[in-house]
Write a protein that binds this ligand. Structure first.
Ligand code: COA
Length: 388
């Protein structure tokens, strides 16, 4: 009999620290396992999607439940290219953020503010939530890059009508578009967006679902998700991996750096996973692309250092790289500013988050688990004037 059955029978709630291994709800969005294909979005192997689809197709699949036909994809891509203009208050907010604010903090507040200015702000109907999701997909890259460009005194740019989603994102982030290198980079960015799009009940998605289950608005649930993703144990890891590669600096220093880190009981970012203990198929996909991109860019140092770190971590700790690890190599090669790595993750994961919010609200049951009480035993109230 399952744990759940035992729990029900004995009426003693089971407890699993960090909810490890707990089935906390149902979802038709993705299936996580450690088999050959590793991960499926609505039944499709992510390995097939990464090699054959574009991020727009995958986003459509997650949000609308099916792969688009050509006309649907064309309409969807047009919406993503045209629904980016930010409302006045959001533009004004970007103009006054403190200069040392982290882009994830800007995004957290920016998305909350978008919720106050969205034409569908209050309604939670399936259709209204889909419209809000598409607008968020179009607007999030603009919040990120407008704020970054303003803070670094760089010229503002707008999405181009002749570019796809990943090409436009690369252009907004780095000014690159069109040439052979930019095309190779955009293809790898597209793959990374596909791989980052959805991963069932990870911390940020679960945060979004908990908020959504109160029937709050979609922007509120997404704000909760952004706050959760910011943490270094979750989305912040890709940025930390790049910091590590830059600190290691040369191939020769890599092995000793990892051994020292492990001797000091430090966590090496980009390794380990709460669910995937025997490796992450997504990591193998982005690893291949990061290696190839290094050759296109004529810069193989970051990949080589990463491969050494990977080898030593497997030998010493039996730990495998997660998706963030080789993604950081690819983003370094693209010249994406490091503090924008996690916001780029948001540009992708917004699709999974929104699909989860919609799924939750379409079949809602308030998420309200129990706690195992560990405080003092019952005691008597002591009036203020008698306390010592
Ligand atoms: C992702 C993560 C939080 C999962 O953690 P978890 O399931 O709670 O696993 P634990 O933290 O209990 O770790 C289990 C053991 O592996 C070790 N470990 C896990 N990840 C490690 C890492 N990245 N570097 C070094 N040791 C690690 C822990 O120290 C612990 O060892 P111990 O039993 O000797 O104390 C964890 O692997 C981690 O912190 N990774 C680095 C951050 C990262 O890459 N996050 C992105 C996740 S997709």
């Amino acid at each position: 009999m399952s744990d759940m059955g035992e729990t029900h029978k004995s009426n003693t709630p089971a407890y699993s620290p960090g909810l490890e291994g707990v089935i906390a709800g149902e979802s038709a969005l993705c299936q996580v396992d450690e088999g050959e294909h590793g991960l499926r979005y609505r039944g499709y192997a992510v390995s097939d999607l990464a090699e054959q689809a574009t991020f727009e197709e995958v986003a459509y699949l997650l949000l609308f439940g099916k792969l688009p036909i050509s006309k649907e994809l064309e309409d969807f891509s047009t919406q993503l290219r045209t629904q980016w203009p930010l409302a006045g208050p959001v533009e004004a907010f970007i103009g006054v953020v403190p200069p040392d604010a982290h882009p994830m903090e800007i995004l957290r507040t920016g998305i909350s503010l978008l919720g106050m200015t969205d034409p569908d702000a209050a309604p939670n109907s399936h259709e209204a939530n889909l419209r809000k999701s598409v607008r968020l997909m179009a607007q999030i890259p603009i919040i990120i890059t407008n704020a970054y460009r303003l803070a670094h005194a760089k010229r503002q740019v707008q999405p181009r009508q002749d570019l796809g989603f990943a090409q436009n994102l690369l252009y907004l982030l780095t000014d690159r578009a069109g040439d052979e290198k930019a095309q190779a980079m955009a293809r790898v960015l597209d793959v990374s967006l596909i791989l980052y799009a959805e991963h069932e009940f990870n911390a940020s998605t679960f945060a979004a679902r908990v908020a959504a289950s109160t029937m709050t608005d979609l922007h509120g649930a997404i704000t909760a998700a952004v706050a959760a993703l910011k943490g270094p144990l979750h989305g912040g890891a890709n940025e930390a991996v790049a910091d590590m590669l830059l600190e290691i600096k040369t191939r020769e220093r890599a092995e000793k750096w990892v051994l020292d880190a492990l001797a000091q009981k430090r966590r090496v970012m980009g390794f380990g996973h709460r669910v995937l203990h025997h490796g992450d198929a997504r990591s193998q996909i982005i690893q291949r692309h990061a290696e190839a991109l290094g050759r296109v860019c004529g810069e193989t140092r970051w990949y080589d250092i990463a491969a050494i770190v990977d080898r030593v971590m497997r030998e010493q700790k039996g730990l495998y790289p997660n998706l963030d690890f080789y993604t950081a190599v690819a983003y370094l090669l693209m010249g994406i500013p490091r503090d924008l790595y996690t916001p780029v993750f948001v540009c992708s994961r917004i699709t999974g988050w929104c699909a989860h919010v919609i799924e939750q609200q379409d079949h809602n049951r308030l998420i309200r688990p129990r706690a195992l009480y560990t405080g003092p035993p019952p005691r008597s109230y002591v009036p203020l004037d008698q306390r010592t």
